[in-house]
Design a protein around this ligand. Structure first.
Ligand SMILES: [Zn+2]
Length: 404
């Protein structure tokens, strides 16, 4: 996908260089857990045709089966599992969205409920409902069965459908509308900027705060899931639905609506989880000092830029912390690139090469070699290497180690 200059929290990176400081590589996830109660609504039955497939077809490297992770969190549900070794950087699957919507508020219209810390502007329920009703019969049925898994009472469904009373008039239509809105809320993904999508197979992937996969988006191929590390056969493929740097309490709160409790290594009671919590908190603070708020959306930063010296110090510290959090490789990729780019600016070319090489390797894994960010990093790296080659040997600096 093309690089977006703002992250999911509405922060904007300092606009002084090509590299982006935060997570534009992976779309921000807010899918559901896949806790399922297989519904058999009369509407779903009426939609069912003779050739409708309720289950996704297995991919070349994955299958859908019961997830022990969901069971450990107190639910029942399925997830996606590797059927063979999936190598780091491999595209596990690519999904074209069934639904693709953008909030009318995304274009600067006043949104009464939006704040800077929110994720994309909410799509008005009536827009979701209308778009859903235009889906093919197969897709509607798939959503109403496979993707509808949060048990909700009729009273709750009717309440959540109150905003679509003009579109759904009868009691049955309102119940179905409530289900549709819940399906959207529990499975929607942020694709790029304000674009929000609902996908068929990606919605089957469960959450972990220590994921082994990320997702990227582009208009031509859709949403891709990439392994960020080697995933052995039999291992569940997991992505993160929440912001990496949030504390346990905030992550748990954000996951509540998906009907499960995360039991990943970062959420348990262990030395790792305690240390990881400290690292996430530090990264959160460091990232805040790297970015500038733009509350008015007019390019006016809310606080002054930091000095280059401080920026380098922050990048270096972030990389030291990230060395202990391999599930945050997407973020590390961008910091390596950002750091290398800044070092090059300052003429510290040999050091720049080390970080640009690391950035390029990680960007290739997390985003793919065709991405504009990956290619820009490669160009910067090649430029640095050329400069080094042209330097007389007596002034050519020694290369440093990336991780000190
Ligand atoms: Zn967790």
């Amino acid at each position: 996908m093309s690089v977006d200059s703002s992250d999911s929290s509405g922060r904007t990176t300092q606009s002084t260089s090509k590299p982006q400081s935060r997570a534009s590589s992976s779309t921000t996830q807010s899918t559901s857990s896949k806790s399922e109660s297989r519904p058999s609504s009369s509407k779903a039955s009426s939609l069912r045709g003779p050739h409708v497939k309720l289950e996704p077809v297995d991919g070349p490297s994955w299958t859908i089966k019961e997830s022990p992770l969901i069971a450990a969190g107190g639910g029942t549900g399925k997830g996606m599992f590797a059927t063979r070794l999936i190598s780091a950087g491999e595209v596990i699957l690519t999904d074209m969205p069934m639904l693709m919507l953008k909030s009318p508020y995304a274009n600067g219209e006043d949104d009464p409920v939006w704040s800077i810390d929110d994720r994309p502007h909410e799509i008005p329920p009536k827009d979701v409902y209308k778009a859903f009703k235009k889906l093919s019969t197969d897709d509607q049925l798939y959503c109403l069965t496979v993707l509808s898994h949060v048990a909700t009472s009729d009273k709750q469904l009717l309440n959540s459908a109150k905003d679509v009373k003009l579109e759904a008039k009868s009691h049955d239509e309102l119940i179905e509308a409530g289900k549709i809105l819940a399906i959207w809320e529990n499975n929607v993904l942020q694709a790029e900027g304000e674009l929000q999508i609902l996908c068929r197979n990606v919605s089957r992937i469960n959450h972990s705060c220590v994921p082994n996969a990320v997702h990227t988006w582009d208009f031509l191929s859709g949403l891709s899931i990439r392994a960020i590390c080697d995933i052995p056969a039999g291992t569940e493929v997991l992505i993160s639905y929440v912001r990496d740097f949030d504390c346990y309490t905030k992550r748990a709160e954000d996951l509540t609506s998906y009907g499960f409790r995360c039991t990943c290594a970062a959420c348990g009671e262990s030395d790792y989880s305690r240390e990881s919590a400290k690292r996430r908190s530090e990264l959160d603070e460091l990232e805040l000092s790297l970015v500038t708020h733009d509350p008015d959306g007019d390019g006016t930063p809310g606080k002054p830029e930091i000095s280059t010296e401080d920026e380098l110090r922050i990048c270096k510290r972030m990389l030291q912390v990230l060395a202990h959090e391999p599930s945050m490789r997407s973020f590390e990729a961008e910091i390596q690139y950002h750091y290398g780019y800044r070092l090059h600016d300052l003429g510290r070319t040999a050091e720049a090469v080390e970080h640009l090489e690391a950035g390029f390797r990680l960007l290739t894994i997390c985003q793919g070699s065709e991405r504009s960010t990956t290619q820009e990093c490669k160009e910067e790296l090649d430029e640095c290497k050329e400069e080094l080659d042209e330097m007389p040997s007596f002034i050519k600096p020694e290369r440093s180690s990336v991780r000190k």
